[in-house]
Design a protein around this ligand. Structure first.
Ligand code: ADP
Length: 499
């Protein structure tokens, strides 16, 4: 299945969350509608029923008074009044059917049927002034019939009341069920929405994090780092990964080209500079005739500049050789005391020439053997010592110390020289950077020594830092594993130097 694009994933996620949250709303609305309907039925049914029962009771009272009138006044008016009342009661009794009270309705209708016959009999007697007979019919037959009607109405009222009670209970149950359904569906919806959100967030943050670490690696010069997001992924991240890979390859290629170019150019420069220097020396030695004073001065200036150029070219060659070789080290067993002895004897001469006190401190805990690239490391420490002597005036002190700290060798070069202004300290490891203290230097430099030193130290899996108080001196500290951790240094390939 092709990977979902970011846009589609966001769309699906948002719609999913909306739908999931809408479901409990829908369920709640449905439940509320049911409750509403029950309440309406209850209201309409109970109201209409109590109205009907009221009318029937009223009708029974009217029936009773119409019958009394008929018994004592036997006129067509009293007879019609009685018949109309019976018809009225019949209509009301029919209405009981619509409340599912069929037997009550039937009972009332049967009683009314016999009342019709009896009312005619009463009228016959009453109109013939046989009021006693009429009264006997009333007491014996009519009144009990009306009583039956009253009882039937009372029983129907009981049934209606019980029914209303049941309906109220049902409505209460419905409300509780609706509430439960709403709460449960809301909880499920929140859980589902949470799951969708987690899926959405993870599917975005994972590749973003991967890209971020990749970019970070590239920014710190590691162009070899591969992303976990494959470039053939069919979404925005796949395309980003593809661009990332193309960019990293291109940068690696450019870096190699740059190193090769510097290397070739430096080589090509070396020969003509040597030729110039050679001829100047010949001129100065008077091989081509004695030089007038002015020309001698010019020759000295040219020679000075040519030597500067030689230094620069040598440094550039160092850097480019290291970089072009991919920062590869040739680590082997190094005799640490011998390594320090060599440095001490090389710089003691310089110390004497400069009248600078040179002190070497070695901890007794130092191991005899370490595993480093000896040439590179002696270049690094040599560079730190050269700088220290360069910036330390006569009478000052330069100190080289070596200590053992767990698995690391800590080498420090301290001087009492010019020091470095604090705001410039973070930049001194950048290529070609020179601090504002050049006037205090006894020789010119190139600004490349510390950059290459940092590369070499980091390629060993170590670190280099500098501390200084301007005007008071500087301390450079190198922490190197006893056995160069080339794997750890893999993060810092040769081209990692910040230029
Ligand atoms: P350079 O060839 O100029 O010495 P580096 O890379 O070795 O180049 O040093 C960079 C700059 O750091 C130097 O130009 C100098 O300004 C400063 N620096 C390095 N070491 C010292 C030191 N021991 N005392 C004062 N400044 C120093």
């Amino acid at each position: 299945m092709p990977a979902l694009t970011l846009r589609r994933r966001l769309g699906i996620g948002t719609v999913g969350i909306a739908v999931v949250l809408a479901i409990p709303l829908f369920i709640s609305i449905r439940s509320l509608e049911r409750v509403h309907k029950t309440t309406l039925d209850l209201r309409n049914g109970a109201f209409a029923a109590s109205l009907l029962v009221g009318n029937l009771r009223q009708g029974t009272d009217d029936l009773r008074s119409a019958e009394t009138a008929l018994v004592y006044v036997g006129t067509p008016e009293t007879r019609d009044r009685m018949m109309n009342q019976i018809a009225n009661m019949r209509t009301l009794a029919d209405s009981l059917d619509s409340f599912s009270l069929k037997s009550a309705s039937l009972d009332v209708r049967l009683a009314l049927d016999s009342l019709t016959v009896l009312a005619n009999e009463e009228y016959a007697r009453s109109s013939a002034d046989q009021h006693e007979d009429a009264e006997a019919i009333s007491t014996q037959w009519v009144r009990p019939r009306i009583g039956v009607i009253e009882q039937t109405i009372g029983a129907a009222e009981q049934v209606l009341r019980a029914r209303s009670h049941d309906s109220v209970n049902a409505a209460t149950d419905d409300t509780a069920t609706a509430e439960r359904a709403a709460i449960i569906s809301m909880i499920i919806a929140i859980l589902l929405a949470g799951l969708i959100s987690i899926w959405l967030i993870r599917s975005i943050t994972r590749p973003v994090f991967d890209l971020e670490t990749g970019m970070h690696a590239v920014a710190s010069g590691d162009f070899t780092r591969k992303l976990r997001v494959r470039p053939n992924r069919q979404d925005e991240f796949g395309r980003l990964s593809e661009s990332y890979e193309a960019m990293a390859n291109r940068l690696a290629q450019l870096d190699r080209l740059k190193a090769e170019f510097v290397s070739v150019a430096s080589h090509e420069l070396k020969t003509p500079i040597n030729v110039i220097l050679g001829y100047i020396e010949l001129l100065e030695d008077g091989i081509y005739g004695k030089l007038p004073e002015q020309q001698r001065e010019v020759c000295e200036t040219i020679a000075g500049q040519a030597r500067n150029l030689t230094r620069l070219v040598r440094r550039l060659l160092d850097v480019s050789r290291f970089e072009a070789g991919g920062g590869a080290l040739e680590c082997r067993q190094v005799n640490l005391p011998h390594f320090l002895d060599t440095l001490q004897s090389s710089f003691s001469v310089l110390a004497m020439q400069r009248s600078v006190h040179f002190q070497v401190n070695r901890s007794d805990a130092l191991p005899r053997e370490v595993r480093w690239d000896e040439d590179r490391m002696s270049e690094v420490v040599g560079n730190l010592l050269s700088n220290a002597f360069k910036f330390t005036p006569r009478g000052g002190t330069v100190e080289l110390s070596a200590e053992f700290d767990r698995n690391d060798i800590v080498i420090e070069v301290t001087d009492t020289g010019a020091g470095i202004p604090p705001e410039q300290l973070p930049r001194i490891f950048q290529k070609f950077y020179q601090a504002d203290n050049q006037a205090k230097a006894s020789a010119k430099g190139t600004g490349l020594g510390l950059a290459i030193a940092k590369e070499i130290v980091e390629a060993h899996g170590g670190s280099i830092t500098a501390k200084s108080v301007a005007g008071k001196g500087a301390t450079f500290q190198i922490i190197l594993p006893v056995a160069a951790d080339v794997r750890r240094s893999g993060q810092f390939p040769a081209h990692a130097v910040t230029a």
